[in-house]
Write a new protein. Structure first.
Length: 439
């Protein structure tokens, strides 16, 4: 059964990778692969509580999907009101190379406060106002994905995996920032330094909204700024809500969306905004990228089937028994996180390496709270997701918004992400052998 499921996953993954040559949307293959994997698991393993298992996995997946729907709707709503113009007009980078540095650093620090997925949505939407050429936007979007994933690795609320490790008391806030801020920043700086050489010469173009968006911004400029402030506040509210209540982030996102919806209806009624301008939240919902959301649903449910069948746990067990070295194990996990979702990988590692018994006290010291293994795992699982376009939520979102081909990213961005990934691990190693160099 295990061999069959792995074969199905590899075949489905290849079909997703060849989306553009086949001219079939990747969501098609992701949904089919998900259904087939769960069917094989049900028929061959015949677990007694299969219904409860799939509902539990669907619940975990839908938390992320609902969060994504809410975030995309809020960002689309801000854009419909021309809200991002207020930001892009304040970006004073004179050329595209300087713009890449500005966007990557803003993304890096923003994703530490927001999550990397929401940050990517905001930054890629802003990118459309600054870079008119699609293929050039792909390069910038690829760097944004790297910056978003790296920025989420050093903050306890920056990524789902860091939240998991933080809530499981594997890492603490202070130690995480001290030990991973510099490696994460290096993992961005290296790719940006190289990528700037690929940028064509020329000044930054500040593209204005068009159509109904432009009319909205001109007719109601003050409301555009209100929507920008309201939307950003709503997104910032989510991690605060999660920290204060312990409830899942999607609940905070739904509350933010509901409040924005309510305020929008009041403003439309108060200022008699023309419905043709597309100012209602219901109109923003119609324009979010549903194929990408369905792809996300399919790929996460496919990976959850592998997790439920014990494939990911077996991989972690095999690494512990055969490799037995934290740098090598976490480096492999990081590469794997670009192929399968890093959430179940990290979940499997938490379960596998919690309560582990080993005769070597030095090796066991790597697995205490804030031990070397957990810091490496936090960095590698987050940053490693940048190696492939479908290796992270940020990559999937950028792929959906900008229609970035899998193989274009593999050819142009993967090596840059890998160099930053390796450089970050080297910095962690240097911090480990020379603790005084940490910030």
């Amino acid at each position: 059964m295990i061999a069959t499921m792995i074969t199905i996953f590899v075949l489905g993954y290849l079909l997703i990778a060849f989306e553009h040559p086949l001219r079939v949307n990747k969501a098609t293959f992701a949904l089919i692969m998900s259904g087939v994997l769960w069917t094989v698991y049900a028929l061959f393993a015949a677990p007694p509580h299969i219904h409860e298992e799939i509902v539990m996995q669907l619940g975990d997946t839908c938390e992320i999907v609902v969060f994504l729907i809410g975030a995309m709707t809020i960002v689309e709503h801000i854009d419909n009101y021309g809200g991002f113009n207020a930001i892009t007009e304040r970006i004073h980078a004179k050329d595209k190379r300087r713009l890449m540095w500005v966007l990557s650093l803003v993304t890096f620090f923003m994703s530490a406060v927001l999550d990397n997925m929401t940050t990517t949505i905001i930054m890629v939407m802003m990118l459309r106002r600054l870079i008119p050429t699609q293929k050039e936007r792909w390069l910038f979007a690829g760097i944004i994905v790297i910056a978003a994933n790296s920025g989420g690795a050093w903050s306890p609320i920056g990524d789902v995996t860091t939240i998991m490790l933080w809530m499981s008391e594997k890492v603490s806030t202070g130690s995480l920032v001290v030990n991973l801020l510099v490696p994460s920043l290096v993992s961005v700086i290296i790719p940006v330094m190289i990528a700037t050489h690929y940028v064509t010469d020329g000044e930054v173009m500040h593209k204005s909204n068009s159509g109904a968006n432009a009319q909205m911004a001109v007719a109601h400029p003050h409301i555009s700024k209100i929507m920008l402030g309201l939307g950003v506040t709503g997104l910032l509210f989510v991690p605060v809500f999660k920290t204060a209540t312990g409830l899942p982030p999607f609940m905070g996102m739904m509350m933010s969306l509901g409040m924005i919806w309510l305020v929008t209806e009041v403003l439309i009624s108060r200022y008699h905004i023309d419905p043709k301008l597309g100012g209602r939240v219901t109109q923003a919902v119609r324009h979010i990228d549903m194929p990408s959301i369905l792809f996300f649903l399919g790929i996460l449910m496919a990976v959850s089937a592998l997790q439920q069948a014990g494939v990911l746990t077996d991989v972690a067990d095999s690494m512990n028994n055969n490799i037995h070295e934290p740098y090598m194990m976490t480096s492999i996990i990081g590469v794997l996180s670009s192929i399968v979702d890093n959430v179940p990988l990290v979940s499997a590692c938490i379960k596998m390496f919690t309560g582990m018994v080993d005769a070597d006290p030095v090796y066991m010291s790597f697995f205490v709270e804030d031990g070397l293994f957990w810091h490496l795992l936090t960095f590698c699982a987050g940053v490693g997701g940048s190696l492939l376009i479908i290796g992270s939520a940020a990559g999937v979102v950028a792929m959906g918004i900008e229609k970035i081909p899998f193989f274009w990213y593999l050819k142009r961005i993967t090596l840059l992400a890998f160099l930053g990934y390796v450089a970050g691990i080297v910095i962690i190693w240097l911090e480990d052998i020379c603790p005084y160099i940490t910030i």
